[in-house]
Design a protein around this ligand. Sequence first.
Ligand code: FES
Ligand code: MG
Length: 581
Amino acid sequence: MSQQNNRTRSAQTFRSARWFAPDDLRSFGHRSRAMQMGYSADDWKGKPVIGIINTWSDINPCHTHFKQRVDDVKRGVLQAGGFPIELPALSLAEQFVKPTTMLYRNMLAMDAEELIRCHPVDGVVLMGGCDKTTPGLLLGATSAGVPAIYIPAGPMLRGNWHGKILGSGSDAWKYWDDRRAGLISDKDWTEIEGGIARSHGTCMTMGTASTMTAIAETLGMTLPGASSIPAPDSNHVRMSAESGRRIVEMVWEDLVPNKIQTHQAFENAIMVAMAMGCSTNAIIHLIAQARRAGCNIGLDDFDRYSRIIPVIANVRPSGDEYLMEDFYYAGGLPALMSRLKDHLHLDAMTVTGKTLGENIADAQVYNDDVIRPLDNPIYAEGALAVLRGNLAPDGCVIKPSACPAHLHQHTGPALVFDDYPSMKAVIDRDDLEVTADHVLVLRNAGPQGGPGMPEWGMLPMPKKLLKQGVRDMLRLSDARMSGTSYGACVLHISPESYVGGPLALIKTGDMITVDVPNRTIRVEISDQEMQKRREAWTPPERRFERGYGWMFSQHIEQANEGCDFDFLRTEFGKPVGEPDI
Ligand code: FES
Ligand code: MG
């Protein structure tokens, strides 16, 4: 059971007391309607009301177990003397939501923030894990400001096909290329379909889900070790109940996100992301989240730490062999953080009420090949590099650890596609004029152009080149890329082409130079030529005339700013305050 010795406030100060305590007609309504559900004053009087924001749905395979886990959370809340109420939120299943979950991350953020604000809750348990659900929930809870603890869904078990280990995403791309090259049969392909995702839980490669849940833990928003526990493991059940117990104490202690999510905590998160070989999506989400917490974190912070922190998690796709299940058995995230002790800000506060340093004091690595020592990394520099130049004045991103070294410095002619459908229509043609030296360019795939910045950044390799045995080439876009993808893909080019960034102005045949060691990206045309083309450019027609899409296109920020809505920024206006009751 949780400790009860840090209580700093009385029950009269709870938000929920504004609903339940007064002797007036409105509170009569709240109490009588709670009693309608079978509760009595014993359930709520003097107790923290805990909202459990659950992103379960019938079409989210990563969160299937949340239907049961929510009962474990409630058990924990009740044990610690709280009153649990489940509040369903937008589910955002990465594989099913079209055109891309990124279009709706901010909608979940608003959902979570307003669910908290409008209900009588004193603290929240956030249940998420599939890619955008972690940042969505944390963005909302950060702005709402009540005590919050995060429960990561946990990675699924390793995939299996013919005794071979399969990793989410990464092996789908790999075997798809094999199938297009005629190396595996249709029967093989169907068997792979049935073997690659064989338990509930999030993708078990170092994709966006594992990256973002590790970041949530590093920030101090989960119980220690929570993010690495495989979803079907009974430790995950116990972690869920313990999170329920702990949030009740956090309310008594008034341990709000702003006491945890400090500038130092965000620096810790960046360092751990680098050591994990993180998904490039982490950059966008962390920038948005830091800004919500009032911390100024930008692309340069990522580049700075990427030069200091090596990739030591030997997990696919940066690593070549292991998956999250192996990472857990090797000691999980606390073990990885123990390797970074000399770099991390160990006095950062966490949901335990203890510092990060205290939480990881006893952590040990049980397998040096999975969690490497710093002097034997899988990649000496960090996972990400930020490039700038006349093609990306506000920056762009590449994951050098997931692409071959010979493409880290490359000059070649552009082969430009105006949008995804036109690329898809020709990329497999035998007469496509393309060589391994070409640079594939996709535009109109950014926050506005996609819309929602889809994960199109790993442009398919032209079939013609695959047949020649070419497996990678330089590819540029203003899109994102799945964390489970790999290859020499330059992403998040800002400003995006749809709003007139230089990407909109380049032509097939222009020479493009990418230089990762020197962090530059250039199109070899003169400033005068660029200006001439800019004057001739006409902006595309707006896509949305009504609804959420219209709001999105009016307010979405660029990738280097975190793709938040401008009006959700903390400094946008006066604090929202509490609702009238
Ligand atoms: Fe949900 Fe990958 S599809 S985490
Ligand atoms: Mg993903």
